[in-house]
Unconditional design. Sequence first.
Lengths: 303, 328
Amino acid sequence: MNAIARAWDSDILYSFRRTPVAVISAVILLALLIGAVLCRWVAPFDPYDLASLNLMDSFQPPAFITDGTAQHLLGTDDQGRDLLSAILYGARLSFTVGFSAVLFAVVVGVSVGLLAGYAGGAVDAALMRLADVQLSFPAILIALLIDGVVSVSLPVAVRDSVQIYVLIFAIGISFWPQFARTVRGSTLVERGKEYVLAAQVIGLSRSRIMLTHILPNVLGPVVVIATLTIGLAIITEATLSYLGVGLPPTQPSVGTLIRVGNDFLYSGEWWIAVFPGVTLLLIVLSINLFGDWLRDAMNPRLR
Amino acid sequence: MLTLILSRLAQAVPVLLVVGLIAFGMFKFVGDPVTIMLGTDYTAQQKVDLIHKLGLDQPFIVQYAKFMWDAVHGDFGVSYRLARPVMDLFVERAPATLELAFCASIFALLIGVPAGVYTGIYRSRPLSRLFMIVSLIGVSLPTFLIGILLILVFSVHLGWLPSFGRGQVVKLGFWTTGFLTSSGLVALVLPSITLGLFQMTLIMRLVRAEMLEVLRSDYVKFARARGISSRAIYFGHALKNTLVPVITIIGLQIGGIIAFSIVTETVFQWPGMGLLFIQSVQVADIPVMAAYLMLISVVFVLINLVVDLLYYAVDPRLRMSRGGKARA
């Protein structure tokens, strides 16, 4: 039996095929991801290309209501930017920030968790105390405070261009404790098992045992939490951008687009805020549904 | 009990000192208040005078000690943006935030707990499914988007409810309240729903999960076998035992409500502390940011203390094993 057939028959893919919610959310997510990654080719216009902007095109309603044109499927914003293109480019930024922030949180959290769980003693106590303290504050507040403090301390000239890294750092830092706690718990279990004892007996270094022996065995739950955290990270990014401390209007994420659209709610141009909002909802909802399925599928007790 | 309180307080002190250091560090290294306050047109002498007046020419340690000493006494200096004492600004805006948080919590509890009990008991009824769908959307929709959609439907389209501000407020001493006028009450509706929806779905899901767990337990089976009425089982036996985690979550969610009040207040231009903070971040108004940082950490330390104590009071098992971890 070749590898593809074996994978197709595996428990997890069997469960995937049997769960319509998982399939649908995965398809939506994949479509959005592809659209966002390939936005340069998929999007009808380049929203960053100032030459293609025409103020005469501003506030065009979406194609399916009267006065709309087929040229701008979802209408245009206040500067005549094609909304569909802006959303695709914005979704790419949202995904980028979401994935990078979670990656950052995973690296920090897994390292801390491994170290705390394997070293034990005072190191463990200190690191977990730190995680406890941080967990007692909501993640979004931590991200907002870090983002606010860091961005006001940067010189105005570079603020916009490095804002995306500040965001990734701020959001990543706010999510590491969950990973650290989970990994620490599983490391404590693994540490007592025979294969670790065997590795210790043959004299392997501590870092080697942690990284090549324990790490692969504690990553399972991390995958599940990471999936669900990506949804949270994207929401956090959108919220910060909406509040005006995230990505700047020159580099609009989905959240920034909603912030811009918010100003035109009362004058009837609802689509400028609503379509980015629906996109955000679709992204987060499909990530959450997919993550829920993944959590159940990877929990052997529920099989 | 006393040792628990003392150990929690002992943990709180370093946290507050570090937060204080960050807050002070912002003063020292971030932005330049002098140029912000002077604008573009000033003489060298004006600049020197202002630096001296703000105490920016003293050594680091002196400034830090002075900062902490003043902070403990509720003095956070003068806002760069509004040129008024920061503490006055917070006192003025606290009622708006607290009333909003209060209404949001009441909304979350009054809908969340009954909905959780209902969906826990009748798992497959259509109404339960509807609740679960609403809760899934509530979890996935960011707070600010909920607010925008509510404004779009109820303010812009239907024109039923106001979309910004507190409406008419009544002054009671230093407290301003929106509870006593009809425009104040109406103005509270949309922000409270926006702020409370996430907490509501959380409470509902938690109560539901706990109910499902408890209803499967032996003592409920025995209670049924004894012929006790369903109502007594659900509310007397089952609900009571679901309350331990619910209390913790609600306690911790007060923190969440404070955090998300920043978002809700921005959406609805609600004149509370969160809006003040966001406006301060945008213009680097350090004294207000520092004060908010300090205040919010004190609030969170207190919330966590109260939650731990409540846990201790509600769950007798924790009293047996002294100093047990008070976290689920």
